[in-house]
Design a protein around this ligand. Structure first.
Ligand code: PMP
Length: 355
């Protein structure tokens, strides 16, 4: 058809499956296995449907106030969006507007190249080393911007703040985005560097450690100038991104510091215990600081394990891609869910119980 010549074509990002059946063990999209903070449930119960008649608060007031208090940032250092995917997409649109390529690791969150393609941003992949660590020197060259997740996904590898700072400091002429979707599971945030470097944007999410993937809340913190450019792009796109329930319920989640700490600690403990059990069974993996483990078995191909688990209604994530085709990304569930996973993995790796 003639009009197709004028279409902005893209190959979309493929999200992990959201199975509809009740009896599945869902370890494929790094959601939190625990419910949101009790205050969220309470607020949801009290919410008045009549209030939905009005447009939401464009300043995202209540949620912004809680986030500023929790992270010790000023309102003008904070940007909030519909999940970190929305925040990242806005940040790509706003900050990556150069003829020079943006840089990111070859094994990373598979949305980055999709946004680059969508916005026609040139990009250059920087290969991780054999242990899945970045090589900082790869980021010491002219570029149109940098994005690195820390910890990285799907590997779980955490890079020390010192390494990240070297990269930020060496790139004062471009914006460096650090995607900290998984920072609450034992890594150290680069947040303290935002006052020192005006080219640094930190992005985080409510979808993992705050157990609110279904609510869609993400946020960025950085120098006020960076944030004001982001706001300009956002208000030129859609002024009412955050709906009223997400503002009110998100604020409740941030208020309960104790619950947040407890939940994150539980997930870290389950992760460390799962590492030991996987190792005993002949799996190897980079040392993850996320709420998932990226594991390969010494004998059985990942695709076979993936299929065998799926037959048993256990969902993990698998990518048939170069360098990572023999790995499974296994999200950390409750201890009970991990017991079932381990039992089934034993069936597969010890008895060849593939189908
Ligand atoms: N960054 C990374 C590294 C992720 O793995 C994810 C989750 N898919 C996101 C960002 C986006 O998460 P959300 O939009 O739910 O905040």
């Amino acid at each position: 058809m003639k009009w197709e010549e004028n279409v902005r074509r893209v190959e979309p990002y493929i999200p992990g499956e959201q199975p509809k059946e009740a009896n599945v063990i869902k370890l494929n999209t790094n959601e939190c296995p625990y419910p949101p903070a009790p205050g969220v449930r309470e607020k949801l119960r009290q919410m008045d449907a009549d209030s939905l008649r009005l447009y939401p608060d464009t300043s995202i007031g209540e949620l912004a106030k809680e986030l500023c208090t929790y992270y010790g940032v000023l309102p003008e250092q904070l940007f909030i969006g519909v999940g970190s995917d929305d925040v990242l997409s806005m940040a790509f649109l706003t900050f990556f507007h150069s003829d020079k390529p943006i840089l990111f690791p070859d094994i990373t969150y598979s949305f980055y190249d999709v946004w680059a393609e969508l916005y026609r941003i040139p990009y250059e992949l920087q290969p991780l080393d054999d242990r899945f660590f970045i090589r900082k020197e790869d980021y010491f060259k002219p570029n149109g911007g940098i994005i690195i997740p820390n910890p990285n996904a799907p590997t779980g590898v955490f890079e020390e703040v010192g390494i990240m700072e070297e990269i930020i400091a060496a790139n004062r002429e471009s914006v460096v985005i650090i995607d900290e979707a998984y920072i609450d599971f034992g890594g150290e945030s680069c947040l303290r560097l935002i006052d020192k470097y005006d080219n640094l944007l930190i992005v985080q999410t409510f979808s993992k450690s705050r157990a609110m993937a279904g609510m869609r809340i993400g946020f960025a913190m950085g120098n006020p100038k960076l944030i004001s450019y982001l706001q300009d792009a956002k208000f030129s796109f859609n002024s009412y991104t955050m709906n009223t329930p997400s503002i009110l319920l998100g604020a409740e989640a941030v208020k309960d510091k104790e619950y947040f700490k407890e939940t994150s600690e539980k997930i870290i403990n389950t992760r460390e215990n799962t590492k030991l059990r996987l190792k005993e069974m002949g799996f190897s993996f980079p040392d993850s600081k996320g709420n998932f483990i990226f594991a390969a078995h010494e004998k059985i191909p990942a695709k076979e394990i993936f299929t065998a688990l799926k037959e048993k209604n256990i969902f993990v994530r698998y990518w048939d891609k170069p360098r990572i085709g023999n790995y499974l990304r296994i999200s950390i569930g409750t201890p009970e869910e991990m017991d079932v996973l381990i039992e089934n993995l034993k069936g597969v790796v010890e008895h060849g119980d593939i189908y």
